[in-house]
Design a protein around this ligand. Structure first.
Ligand code: GDP
Ligand code: IMO
Ligand code: MG
Length: 430
């Protein structure tokens, strides 16, 4: 079974976009299955930079089918802005190479309002969301009051959906000191964009099942990261979707038996954007250096990412939960030039040792990482395209990570550029 799921194994921004773009050469279909335009995926192809948020990273290659599955929350206006931006870079997008699940719920301006109002009201305890309306849109989905893509095809249905939605949002807004929704304006906006969006709408579950039967290779592109997962992440400082591999099935409509390989994307150190616990966070010169060398600024919001040492405890945990078969280790080059590197191999909380991150927030707040020190390297690994080009100390670092997380390296990335990638095991191989 040659279908592959890519998931971020840390707090997002592991380099999923680069790896999905590289792997998409071997795939026929590339499908997003969760999240929305809170994602920011940067690809560098022969020096040209492409930034994607909602569109699957495979869209930049000709002859591939890109899919936005039902597990995604879709902002139709953001979608067409992104399509136009890519068109200006020479990437033609039409229903020929993009399809959207009919049952995908929409993100509306009212979701962005609510996201912002809640964050403002939370003050110091804010989550630090991307402000894209992701959480409120998922709330409406599970609250059974979302407007979904297919609802735009019939005015009567749309009216009923709007009534139900506004009956919830207007009182909520009132409580937060905001004006009620201008129903006529929202309705008009939706009807205006409806034909454009519906041109892409498909029963994705059916198309993907047909594709599978026809032997096509499907690549599932996860967004965010495992530690931002709604169940297994550092709750409540998480995103509002399931970011683990299991979501690839329910977020597209292709059963788990069709998934052959789960590839976890792992940065050679750790970063996080937004609030929440981060055991190996550094606020010293080493953290500064990681941020500068790794250009750790968010693609979506431009926020500075928090940086820290590699945390093997967390990655072992997330690889287990997603059933990761192999990892793509990225940004190894960022570690060039350190005299010593540290890897977190366990935690100590109130004098007790832990081999996993406990769920209780009170315990998470008291974690002291247990570090193992490793020798760094002064040679450059940047742009290396084979193991032979890597210094012995770098290979030792990679091997130690494999051992600690109990998962082999399938791919290694040594620069933002597409082809600066070392293949160890082909995730698509049968
Ligand atoms: P994503 O959200 O997981 O797709 O990751 P982002 O694109 O938000 O962040 C990863 C950043 O690191 C991007 O700017 C990539 O171009 C860059 N990147 C990816 N792989 C490597 C690598 O191996 N080395 C370096 N130096 N940069 C990389
Ligand atoms: P990619 O796909 C890193 C974080 C936000 C915030 C929390 C909740 O580029 O890896 P949300 O807007 O989703 O409600 O914000 O999740 N976050 C990400 N952090 N990479 C991402 O995506 C993220 N998407 C959301 O910073 O802490
Ligand atoms: Mg990102």
């Amino acid at each position: 079974m040659a279908n592959v799921v890519v998931v971020g194994a840390q707090w997002g921004d592991e380099g999923k976009g680069k790896i999905v773009d590289w792997l998409s050469e071997r795939a026929d279909v590339i499908a997003r299955f969760q999240g929305g335009h809170n994602a920011g995926h940067t690809l560098v192809i022969d020096g040209e930079v492409f930034k994607l948020s909602l569109l699957p990273s495979g869209i930049v290659r000709k002859g591939k089918m890109a899919v936005i599955g039902n597990g995604v929350v879709l902002d139709p206006w953001a979608l067409f802005t992104e399509i136009d931006k890519l068109a200006a870079q020479g990437v033609a997008i039409s229903p020929e190479n993009l399809m959207i699940a009919e049952n995908a719920p929409l993100i509306l301006p009212l979701h962005q309002d609510l996201d912002r109002l809640r964050e403002e009201a939370a003050g110091a305890s804010k989550i630090g969301t991307t402000g894209r309306g992701i959480g409120p849109a998922y709330e409406d989905k599970v609250g059974r009051r979302a407007i979904r893509v297919a609802d735009l095809g019939d005015e009567e249905t749309l009216d009923a959906r709007l009534d139900r939605l506004l009956a919830h949002h207007d009182p909520l807004r009132k409580g937060l000191g905001a004006e009620p929704i201008d129903r006529a304006e929202l309705r008009a906006k939706l009807l205006e964009i409806a034909p454009k969006l519906l041109a892409y709408a498909q029963p994705v579950w059916k198309v993907l099942n047909d594709d599978r039967r026809a032997g096509k290779r499907i690549l599932f592109e996860g967004a965010q990261g495992s530690l931002l997962d709604i169940d297994f992440g550092t709750y409540p400082y998480v995103t509002s979707s399931t970011t683990m591999s299991g979501m690839a099935s329910t977020g597209t409509g292709l059963g788990p038996s069709s998934i052959g390989f789960v590839l976890g994307i792992v940065k050679a150190y750790t970063t996080r954007v937004g609030s929440g616990p981060f055991p190996t966070e550094l606020d010293d010169a080493d953290g500064q250096r990681l941020g500068e060398r790794g250009h750790e600024f968010g693609t979506v919001t431009g926020r500075k990412r928090r940086c820290g040492w590699f945390d093997a405890v967390l990655v072992r945990q997330t690889c287990a939960i997603s059933g990761v078969n192999g990892i793509a280790l990225t940004k190894l080059d960022v570690l060039d030039g350190f005299d010593t590197l540290k890897i977190c191999v366990g935690y100590e909380i109130d004098g007790k040792k832990y081999d996993h991150l406990p769920t209780a927030a009170a315990l998470q707040a008291k974690v002291t990482p247990i570090y193992e020190e490793m020798e760094g390297w002064h040679e450059s690994t940047q742009g290396a395209r084979s193991w032979a080009q890597l210094p012995a100390a770098a290979i030792k670092y990679v091997r130690r990570i494999e051992e600690l997380i109990q998962c082999p390296v399938a791919l290694l990335s040594t620069s933002p550029e597409r082809d600066d990638t070392i293949l160890v095991t082909d995730p698509f191989a049968d």
